[in-house]
Design a protein around this ligand. Structure first.
Ligand code: HEC
Ligand code: HEC
Length: 266
């Protein structure tokens, strides 16, 4: 016979299991999910489709060189190249889709750029590449291209749950002088026009992306900063945890969309 305490424990553990397993309903059902390229103009779509003309190729080619370059270290033997430890970039197929994730030794929520900067500093003994530098974007594009066509994964690992919740809360929170949340534009208004351009569903599957307005590739973090700017909100500092939590929520929200890199945006 179950004691009162036993029943309480049973209910408690069932409740807990449910809390861990339950995921909120997807804001945009799978049948309606559309990559950002579907909302782009014909010229942008053509540029993305033409592999040779896609300007991001330039950065990918540079990324390939950095991948195999052994950086000089004051006097001694050069440090190992990315290639020496990781093999060819193609060997990292699937890796880009696994970010944001918790980094083992630091316990921090890393995006791909954080991981590369970490390897640059800790494994190669160099100054970490600056955010949005050609080196960082080139290698990030190279690693992400290795996952081309793979779907954004579903599910939230239990250890990521607090970060997911934080990202979701941020996604729904009104911000800035325009007092708008991400959800207002990208869940409620996609397909409608914002100023002159159609609003997309705000997915992360094409990042880093070559943006014509920037005249260079940029990270998802840079894109999110543009959205903060767009609603006249205070922009968090580079590398801020909140941007990684948002990225984690976006990945979950866009689950099933294929990774499209290199991509182009206006
Ligand atoms: C006032 C409307 C508005 C708000 C609010 C807004 N965005 Fe955006 N967002 C845009 C516009 C405009 C673009 C560029 C065109 C497009 O892709 O929709 C964009 C683009 C994006 C993209 C890139 C999509 C792609 O395929 O290139 C992502 C990701 C994104 N937003 C996420 C967010 C997140 C996360 C928030 C909340 C922090 C947010 N946005 C808030 C208007 C908004
Ligand atoms: C001396 C060996 C070494 C070098 C050189 C190195 N890394 Fe790493 N890298 C690691 C180790 C070890 C890990 C996993 C543990 C960690 O993150 O610290 C890792 C993890 C990664 C991951 C995640 C891999 C996965 O399978 O999930 C990526 C991506 C990555 N490194 C990119 C780079 C890039 C880009 C460079 C060159 C700029 C580089 N690494 C240089 C050792 C190295």
């Amino acid at each position: 016979m179950l004691t009162v305490l036993g029943i309480a424990a049973l209910v408690g553990s069932l409740g807990l299991r449910e809390a861990v397993a339950a995921e909120p309903p997807l804001p945009i059902p799978a049948s309606q999910l559309r990559s950002g390229i579907a909302f782009a103009g014909g010229d942008v779509r053509a540029l993305q489709a033409d592999v040779a003309a896609n300007p991001a190729q330039l950065w990918i080619e540079q990324g390939r060189q950095w991948w195999s370059t052994r950086p000089a270290q004051g006097g001694g033997a050069p440090a190992r190249a990315c290639l020496d430890c990781h093999g060819p970039p193609e060997a990292l197929r699937g890796v880009a889709a696994s970010f944001p994730r918790l980094h083992g030794s630091t316990g921090r929520l890393f995006n791909l750029e954080d991981q590369i900067r970490h390897c640059r500093a800790e494994r190669q003994g160099q100054a970490a590449w600056a955010f949005e530098s050609d080196e960082l974007l080139g290698t990030a594009l190279l690693v992400t291209q290795a996952s081309e066509g793979l779907p954004l994964p579903s599910g939230i690992a239990p250890e990521l749950r607090p970060h997911f919740e934080a990202g979701q809360a941020l996604y729904r929170q009104r911000q800035g002088q325009l007092n708008l949340a991400c959800t207002h534009c990208h869940d409620w208004k996609w397909g409608q026009r914002f100023h002159t351009d159609p609003l997309s569903q705000g997915h992360p599957n094409a990042y880093p992306v070559y943006r014509l307005e920037w005249q260079k590739p940029g990270s998802l973090e840079r894109r999110l900063r543009s959205c903060y700017f767009g609603v006249r909100a205070e922009i968090p500092p580079w590398g801020d945890l909140s941007m990684r939590q948002l990225a984690l929520y976006l990945r979950w929200r866009g689950q099933g969309l294929p990774i499209e890199v290199p991509a182009v945006r206006k």
